[in-house]
Design a protein around this ligand. Structure first.
Ligand code: KG4
Ligand code: ZN
Length: 357
């Protein structure tokens, strides 16, 4: 597959006389149809998100076919709104950024097709962005002083990655989940205790009423891979606990299960993140992805960072869950580094971070 990518450090297409660089960004990798306009990589002029959560809640999770159809219905509206709110027209835009992977292929294709059509019609450069690069880049929006290198813990519904951000667009993944993603574990446990979808925010809320020490759930380690994660054992332990209670006629306390489960996730994430900071002598740590909006996770990372003299960065919740502003930020840095994609850009559902296609 040739997507005609170029990555030239010196890019002659950038108009150096023009002061501001505006990126129109599009994100449709899962169940949010989103578009944003970002100025100079750090300033969000608009951030429009049309969420499909209510629709998927009916089925207890994201239904890919429904997601694609909804994206098609919403995409033009969302893009128009993003431009209007930014008081910008397509002529003002310097490049079109779009998530081209990883994600649901049908969902990604809607955003990629819209971005290609806009790029073609307006004769603007097209910049494909990795979804995780977007999540990491969300940290640049409100932390204007943050510059690489730093370590980032990416925890979302589909991904759990511990990443060294060496430079803009340069990543080394030092740990990843061997089974479920952190958000997936939240969603499955929430379903088991009858909270419904999406589980993360509901477990977060219910945990505040529970005892995190009520049940001792496992904190799994992966042998020989100190920065890798495993959450399937934890999820099974929760299900076993519920079965055991039912069999022995012991009262099930959802708030205690939620708080104890959340505490196990917090320990797994903080342990690896701070060990990585130590091993790689890095004193800057960021978190990203939908699960990074979890209040217990934010609290634990904040406290442990203070104790260890580490600068801790995290995006506001609206920039943690899927949005196009983060894609605009990532696209800006890719754009100024010379990344360009051709109109043969395709959706890559299993795109690896750092892989250039
Ligand atoms: O980043 P995101 O919007 O989509 C993916 O790229 O996967 O993450 C969605 C995930 C869901 O699993 C959701 O349950 C989880 O983020 N999430 C949370 C919280 N808010 C969203 N998990 C724990 N606590 C939260 N407050
Ligand atoms: Zn995401």
């Amino acid at each position: 597959m040739d997507n005609n990518i170029e990555n030239n450090q010196m890019d002659s297409n950038i108009d150096k006389s023009k002061k501001d660089i505006l990126i129109l960004a599009i994100e449709t990798s899962c169940d949010e149809t989103a578009a944003a306009v970002v100025k100079n990589g750090r300033e969000v002029l608009s951030n429009v998100i049309s969420s499909q959560i209510d629709l998927h809640t009916l089925y207890g999770g994201v239904v890919p076919e429904i997601a694609s159809r909804k994206h098609i219905e919403k995409i033009n509206q969302v893009i128009t709104q993003a431009l209007d709110m930014a008081k910008a027209s397509l002529e003002d835009i310097d490049a079109i950024g779009v998530t081209y992977g990883p994600g649901l292929v049908g969902a990604l294709l809607v955003g990629v097709s819209a971005a290609k059509a806009l790029a073609y019609a307006s004769n603007k450069p097209l910049v494909g962005v990795h979804h995780i690069e977007g999540h990491i880049s969300a940290n640049y929006i409100e932390n204007k002083e943050l510059e690489p290198p730093f370590i980032c813990m990416v925890v979302s519904g589909g991904h759990t990655h511990l990443v060294i951000v060496k430079d803009y667009g340069k990543y080394e993944v030092i740990g990843r989940t061997r089974d479920d993603a952190a958000g997936e574990a939240f969603d499955k446990v929430a379903r088991a205790i009858g909270l419904g979808y999406p589980g993360g925010p509901k477990i977060d809320k219910l945990s505040k009423e529970g005892n995190p020490k009520a049940i001792e759930f496992p904190r799994a380690a992966v042998e020989g891979a100190p920065f890798d994660f495993s959450f399937s054992g934890l999820k099974s332990a929760v299900l076993n606990h519920i079965n055991m209670c039912e069999m022995k006629n012991i009262e099930i306390v959802p708030a205690d299960i939620a708080a104890s489960f959340q505490s196990a996730v917090v320990d797994s994430l903080t342990g690896r993140a701070f060990n990585a900071c130590k091993q790689y002598s890095c004193n800057k740590l960021a978190i990203a992805g939908g699960v990074a909006s979890n209040s217990a996770i934010r609290e634990a990372f904040s406290k442990m960072s203070v104790d260890r003299n580490i600068e801790f960065y995290y995006p506001s919740p609206v920039f943690c869950t899927d949005n196009a502003a983060m894609i605009g930020v990532a696209a800006y840095y890719e754009y100024i580094n010379g990344t360009r994609h051709g109109l043969d850009l395709n959706a890559i559902p299993n795109l690896k971070l750092g892989e250039r296609i």
